[in-house]
Design a protein around this ligand. Sequence first.
Ligand code: SAM
Length: 279
Amino acid sequence: MRIGQVELLIGDSREVIKSLPAQSVQCCVTSPPYWGLRDYDHPEQIGTEHSPESYVEHLVEIFREVHRVLRKDGTLWLNVGDGYARNGGTGNCGPNAVVGNTKKLIQKRNCKVPKVWGLKDRDLMGLPWRVAFALQSDGWILRSRITWIKKAPMPESVKNRPTNATEEIFLMAKGIDYYYDSNAVRETSGANLRNYWLIGPDAKGKGHPAAFPRELARRCILLGSREDDTVLDPFGGSGTTGVVAQQLGRKAILVELNPDYSTIFKKRMLHESQKAFGF
Ligand SMILES: C[S@@+](CC[C@H](N)C(=O)[O-])C[C@H]1O[C@@H](n2cnc3c(N)ncnc32)[C@H](O)[C@@H]1O
């Protein structure tokens, strides 16, 4: 499905990205499913692997293809969340337990602490960094860790640790001469942008359980691409990356496994065009 300058390809990123031409994309802005957190209602979904190790392997596999389709000066902006290893649990004890709209598939899966990395019950798994290091070993240059500070974090009923209110966004480059427009987004003082971003949720929900805020996508797209460049999101969801790319005069390719989300994408894109053309 194509709307305006944004193309949505329905399928598994592991396969779909292989069909895209090499060096055709300037930057990739994305947020994959977090391991063991939500159920996106599809047997091929990333995030429901039995072990977090195979989750990391699947992401490396997908981003290897992203590396191929990026231009030589291209970048990857990757938002990944963490989670807790749990034995049993009622869902009140951490982000990797039963929260939000998590469905049965995940609830069952998360009942045992995975036998990797010496994990123990209630260990924070450090998944964002494990993914980042695995990508680094696979050839990516890890250039920045940006901390997304959430203005409205999800409440947690924990009493033995602080509430989680941050997530990581990694800036990774294909080569050392990568495109980065340091003037596109600056601090209000005019200084170079810092690596902590205070961003709240969008005012309206989008009908998708895990959409990221437009402002997050906006910053990554502005810093990592020029007008008319192509931006890729291999985990398109409700299409935030595509909606923002179009607003900023970029093209976009989104890949999404679950066809149900294409309805939300369509609605959002049509709403954007109506706003842009004033009808
Ligand atoms: C965290 S959400 C992305 C949300 C998106 N950033 C937004 O703002 O709407 C992750 C998405 O990845 C999709 N997904 C999971 N496994 C996939 C796969 N193998 N290939 C493509 N998409 C996949 C899920 O269905 C889900 O919509």
